[in-house]
Design a protein around this ligand. Structure first.
Ligand SMILES: Cc1ncc(COP(=O)(O)O)c(C=O)c1O
Length: 384
């Protein structure tokens, strides 16, 4: 292990007051609240109170958030839209695609509902949506994509890490295949960003959607959408708003002139409070170190797997480290009861399907993992 499982939490755990009350190992649902993000919200209220309507500064905060996110994914700020959710950015993209020369959108069974719903909504506009199925071993082999992506495919829409089982998609090989066949790729990094390095150039994706409330430690209300620079002006969003305009200060209600940058995927008034919080969260994760966090969590999860094997629990998440994100999913015969039993023991987790979701982050320790395992041992009858 490159990083000791003690180094990172020793550096940052004291900044997350929740650990004074309980063991929080549920970052796949929401990152823990830090002093930095609490401070950012307090600063928002102070600025509002003191200056009344500091809109120039608030617009500048939006630019700071854009630049910070661009830096995180190795993009340029003009390739990033600041949105109110991932859905908002993806829906804007969808509204700007024409399903004429190519009409097919290829999805997987691992997508978050919002992604499936947005693409299926485009069926009314001529899109044909095809789902790539999971194999019996719980993976989605690149082969399955090879069968689905063809000359009629406009877009392949994939998730980086699945919110239901923690599996990581083989993005680079799927991108190569899609590009070979003339299709674009949209990547949903909501469940990976902040937990591992994400580099749009390395991954080769054309579009990317994200939020900040999980491993980036921000709050609800802020999302980002990346569009590769060469593609920005090829998409003409019809779901739009004045913050997508070429010049938002022109206040021209007589025409539609979308920005020549990725801002064209924006909409109305930006989520200023969530932007303050998002900057706080992103800065904190950069300070903690995202590559180090990945190593740290892989170490914790190796320990978790060992303990789960001893308990003869069924791990739903793939075992090879390169095929999973931070999230680990364990089968239960009554997952609601299991989450409640853990909660009784002072441990916060969550559930999806019939799986218990355990998701460690930089602030979790080896002792947290051992406490979870001890609790699972006590509630063994709820494991399947
Ligand atoms: C993989 C994934 N995508 C998207 C979202 C949420 O998207 P939105 O910001 O549109 O609510 C989540 C939230 O849990 C998610 O896990």
């Amino acid at each position: 292990m490159a990083v000791s499982t003690e180094t990172l939490p020793a550096r940052c755990r004291h900044r997350f007051p929740i650990f004074g009350q309980r063991i929080y190992i549920n970052s796949c649902a929401q990152g823990a609240l830090s002093d930095a993000v609490r401070g950012a919200y307090e600063q928002y209220l102070r600025d509002w109170d003191e200056y009344g309507a500091p809109w120039e500064y608030w617009v500048e905060r939006g630019e700071a958030a854009r630049a910070s996110f661009a830096d995180l994914i190795n993009a340029e700020p003009d390739e990033v839209a600041v949105t109110t959710s991932e859905s908002a950015g993806v829906a804007s993209l969808a509204s700007g695609l024409r399903f004429a020369r190519r009409s097919k959108v290829v999805l997987t069974d691992w997508e978050f509902p919002t992604i499936g719903q947005i693409w299926h909504a485009q069926e009314a506009r001529g899109a044909r949506v095809v789902h790539v199925r999971e194999a019996d071993d719980g993976t989605i082999p690149v082969d399955h994509f090879a069968q689905a992506i063809d000359d009629d495919t406009l877009l392949v829409s994939i998730t980086h890490v699945c919110y239901r089982n923690g599996a990581m998609t083989d993005v680079r090989n799927i991108v190569d295949l899609a590009h070979e066949r003339g299709a674009y790729v949209l990547l949903d990094v909501y469940q990976s960003i902040g937990s591992l390095p994400v580099d749009v150039k390395e991954l080769g994706v054309d579009f990317l959607g994200a939020g900040v409330l999980k491993y980036l430690l921000g709050s609800a209300g802020l999302g980002f959408f990346y569009c590769r620079r060469e593609l920005v002006e090829k998409v003409w969003p019809t779901a739009t708003g004045w913050f997508a305009d070429r010049d938002i200060f022109e206040m021209d209600h007589t025409d539609y002139s979308p920005a020549t940058t990725a801002s064209r995927f924006q909409s109305g008034t930006p989520p200023i409070p969530a932007i303050y919080a998002g900057i706080g969260g992103m800065d904190l994760m950069k300070e903690i170190g995202i590559a180090e966090t990945r190593e740290h969590v892989l170490g914790l999860n190796a320990r978790l797997i060992e303990g789960l094997d001893e308990l003869q629990a069924t791990l739903v998440t793939p075992r090879p480290p390169e095929r999973r994100g931070a999230l680990m999913c364990v089968k239960s015969n009554d997952v609601t009861a299991l989450v409640a039993a853990l909660e009784q023991d002072g441990i916060v987790t969550s559930e999806r399907d019939s799986n218990l979701r355990i998701s460690a982050h930089a602030y979790n320790t080896a002792e947290d993992v051992d406490t979870v395992l001890a609790s699972l041992q006590r509630h063994r009858q709820l494991l399947a």
